[in-house]
Design a protein around this ligand. Structure first.
Ligand code: ADP
Ligand code: MG
Length: 250
C-alpha cells in the first residue's frame, strides 16, 4: 500500500532523510520509533507531499505521490492533483489541529463536503457513525475548546477517517496529552488496527508498538536502521543504536 524507495530530503545543508526505504502492506500497522530529530515527522510529511523529496520516490496504492511518470521521466503534478492525492492520506497531528471555530460535527464534514463534494446529508450521517466509533456521539455540537485533549484527538482521528483514507499517518498522537488521557486515544487506534486500517504511527509508546504493530521501524539519523516484527526489533534488536535507544525509553 505504501512504498518508499531511496527517499532523500534536505533542508538547506541539513540532510534529514538519507535514503529511506519502507514498505507497508495493506492492513498493516507500522510503528516508527526513533530519537528526536531522527526525521520521523519529516518522513510522514513527505508521504502526503507536505514536503517534497529531493531524491527517491513514494507511492501509495501503486500511484506515485506528487509526480506522474511519462516515458521514463517524472513530471510534477499540479496542485489540484496533489490535493486529490492528499485526500486519500489521513494525517493525525500531535496537537490535534482541529478547526477551533467549527463544532465537532462541522470539523468532520468540512473536507468531505468541500473536497470530495459529498452531499451534506450523507457527510453528516457518516460523521455520526464515526463519532460513535470514537465514543463521542454526545459531542457533535461542542467546540474543540470545550473538549479534553483526549477527546479532541479522538475527533481528529474521526475527521481523518471521514475521508476514507487508504492510509492513516499518526505523528506522536498522544505526546501532547496528560498521561491519564493517553489510553483512550490508543484504544481508538487499536480498534482501527483490528479493523484492518493501514497505518503508520510515530510514537514513543513501546507497549503500544508491542501490542499493535505488525512491523516496527527504528529510525536514526535519517535512515531506517532496522525494521521487523515487534518481537525482533524490541526484544532482540540487531543494532547497537536500536539497543541504546530502547534502553532509554523502556
Ligand atoms: P523527528 O520527528 O524525528 O523528531 P523531524 O523530522 O521533525 O524529526 O526533524 C528532523 C531534523 O530536521 C531536525 O534536525 C529538525 O530540526 C529539522 N527540520 C525539520 N523540519 C525542518 C524545516 N522545515 N526546516 C529546517 N529544518 C527542519
Ligand atoms: Mg517529530
Amino acid at each position: 500500500m505504501v512504498d518508499l524507495r531511496g527517499v532523500h530530503k534536505s533542508y538547506g545543508a541539513l540532510e534529514v532523510l538519507r535514503g529511506v526505504d519502507l514498505t507497508v502492506r495493506t492492513g498493516e500497522v507500522a510503528v516508527v520509533l526513533g530519537p528526536s530529530g531522527s526525521g520521523k515527522s519529516t518522513l510522514l510529511r513527505t508521504i502526503n507531499h507536505l514536503e517534497k523529496v529531493n531524491r527517491g520516490w513514494i507511492s501509495i496504492d501503486g500511484e506515485l505521490i506528487g509526480y506522474r511518470r511519462h516515458r521514463d521521466k517524472l513530471y510534477e503534478l499540479k496542485e489540484r492533483e496533489i490535493l486529490r492525492q492528499r485526500t486519500h492520506i489521513g494525517f493525525v497531528f500531535q496537537d490535534f489541529n482541529l478547526f477551533p471555530h467549527l463544532t465537532v460535527l462541522e470539523n468532520l464534514i468540512e473536507a468531505p463536503v468541500a473536497a470530495l463534494r459529498r452531499p451534506r446529508k450523507e457527510a453528516v450521517a457518516t460523521a455520526g457513525r464515526l463519532l460513535e466509533r470514537v465514543g463521542l456521539s454526545d459531542k457533535a455540537g461542542a467546540y474543540p475548546r470545550q473538549l479534553s485533549g483526549g477527546q479532541q484527538q479522538r475527533v481528529a482521528i474521526a475527521r481523518a477517517l471521514a475521508l476514507e483514507p487508504k492510509v492513516l499517518l499518526f505523528d506522536e498522537p498522544t505526546s501532547a496529552l496528560d498521561p491519564e488521557l493517553v489510553g483512550e486515544v490508543l484504544d481508538v487506534i487499536k480498534d482501527l488496527a483490528r479493523s484492518g486500517t493501514t497505518m503508520i504511527v510515530v510514537t514513543h509508546e513501546i507497549g503500544f508498538a508491542r501490542e499493535v504493530a505488525d512491523t516496527v521501524v527504528f529510525m536514526d539519523g535519517g535512515v531506517v536502521v532496522e525494521q521487523g516484527p515487534p518481537s525482533a526489533v524490541l526484544d532482540n534488536p540487531r543494532h547497537e543504536r536500536t539497543r541504546a535507544f530502547l534502553s532509554k525509553v523502556l
